[in-house]
Design a protein around this ligand. Structure first.
Ligand code: ZN
Length: 168
């Protein structure tokens, strides 16, 4: 290649093999194949170039969302980011406050089974989650009434107070 190391000025040579893909934000992902180009200088500084990145990131997200074991905290964060969701929106959809989600995504609080499953469901259908989950409030619903009018023409449900959908 003939280009020089940005850190020490040494000559970069192309190398092969597997790349520990820490740039993904996960510690347990490795990448290889002809889409992965790596260079190394004599002092061991490396640069890596990965082709078709969007597709790779999406494939990794899909793999995580379908894995059997509990999601780890970096995986929860990865799935949220793969949707381009802000943490505040994910917290609202999960029904937790932003600080709670932040502790989970930084490994300071465990990923509960409920959060694990919710994040996967949200990942599979983010637009529905946005429409439905984010509109929910935690106000008590004690005074709500539902009047069901059932006729041969169909069923109509009237709510009191009316169900209000907040659009973000
Ligand atoms: Zn170097």
């Amino acid at each position: 290649m003939g280009h020089r190391c940005r850190e020490c000025g040494g000559e970069m040579r192309q190398v092969g093999g597997r790349h520990h893909w820490v740039e993904s934000g996960l510690g347990n992902v490795y990448i290889e194949g002809d889409q992965v180009k790596q260079w190394e200088c004599p002092n061991g500084h490396k640069t890596v170039q990965i082709g078709g990145l969007k597709n790779l990131l999406d494939t990794l997200a899909e793999t995580l969302a379908n894995k059997r074991g509990r999601l780890t905290w970096p995986e929860v964060r990865y799935l949220r980011k793969s949707l381009y969701w802000k943490a505040g929106n994910m917290a609202r959809a999960l029904g937790v406050d932003a600080a709670t989600l932040s502790r989970v995504e930084n490994g300071h609080a465990p990923v509960s089974a409920a959060v694990d499953r919710m994040v996967r469901m949200i990942y599979q259908n983010p637009s529905e989650a946005e429409r439905n989950l984010m509109a929910l409030t935690d106000e008590p619903g004690e005074n709500e009434e539902f009047l069901i009018t059932a006729t041969a023409a169909g069923i109509v449900v009237t709510t009191k107070p009316p169900i209000v959908r907040q659009e973000a």
